[in-house]
Design a binder for this molecule. Structure first.
Ligand SMILES: [Zn+2]
Length: 251
């Protein structure tokens, strides 16, 4: 077998681009140009960037503020914890926009007598799909504001930050968005009827774009253990954070 060279050149500036297995889109760290790895075809979607507003010095201060405001954190957590790792990562997302309409039919029986009921659920979505397969990130608890997005620019990326490439095609992202919206509408329909007889969801996609958004992956230490926190670099909000469990709460 011939070894595959996992390096291509940027078709815009010629800089070498290291490609990891599974990556489908690759963004040049020098000029910011995005190429499609397999087909060599030009990338046809809008590529946007959300700017990071948090410096490395500020990142752990934000985490300490979050610890102080937590009711369940040990009282000495913000004082006794120390920062172990602070990594700024620009995560790739597909944003699939469109209108989803579900028509449902079901049985309403929480107040007798049980009756058959039907109706529609219609919502507009800018649905976020993480473009990585193994990265553990709670996309549904991440409330990204798209208002601050700008065209992707390599010069706006901090030297110490990492930009991850997409492992997901736009078609797969659209399918995921559709499946997830389907599930959400099932959930919403169950609020209106107690038993669903049938539900049909139609998702009209009006646009799709690619986006890199800044997330801080932070690790802190407390009493010899490690804990992870994810922070939105645009809003400085904690997306998800681990807190020491009950064994650390001295009563
Ligand atoms: Zn380039």
């Amino acid at each position: 077998m011939v070894a595959v060279t996992n390096q291509i050149s940027c078709s815009h500036c010629g800089a070498p681009l290291p490609v990891q297995p599974g990556e489908i889109l690759i963004t040049c760290g020098y000029c910011g140009f995005t190429s499609v790895v397999d087909t060599g075809k030009p990338f046809e979607f809008e590529h946007s960037l959300i700017l990071n507003t948090v410096t490395t010095d500020q990142a752990f201060e934000v985490v300490k503020g979050w610890m102080k405001n937590s009711f369940i954190a040990p009282k000495d957590l913000s004082k006794k914890s120390s920062v172990l790792e602070e990594n700024l990562v620009y995560l790739p997302f597909w944003v699939v926009s469109g209108e989803a309409t579900s028509h449902y039919k079901g049985i309403f029986e929480r107040v007798p007598p049980a009756i058959e009921k039907e109706g529609d659920i219609t919502n507009h979505y800018d649905w976020l799909v993480l473009a990585r397969k193994e990265t553990d990130f709670p996309t549904r608890s991440y409330h990204l504001s798209l208002e601050g997005k700008i065209p992707f620019e390599a010069t706006k990326i901090e030297k110490n930050a990492k930009v991850l490439n997409s492992e997901v095609t736009s078609q797969d992202a659209t399918q995921s968005a559709q499946d997830e919206i389907n599930n959400l509408h099932q959930y919403l329909a169950k609020d209106r009827v107690d038993r669903i007889i049938e539900i049909n969801t139609k998702f009209d996609v009006s646009g799709t774009f690619y986006l890199h958004s800044p997330i801080w992956f932070l690790t802190y230490g407390y009493k010899g253990k490690r804990f992870h926190v994810l922070m939105d670099g645009a809003s400085a909000q904690i997306v998800q954070g681990d807190l020491p469990g009950e064994e650390f709460n001295v009563i």
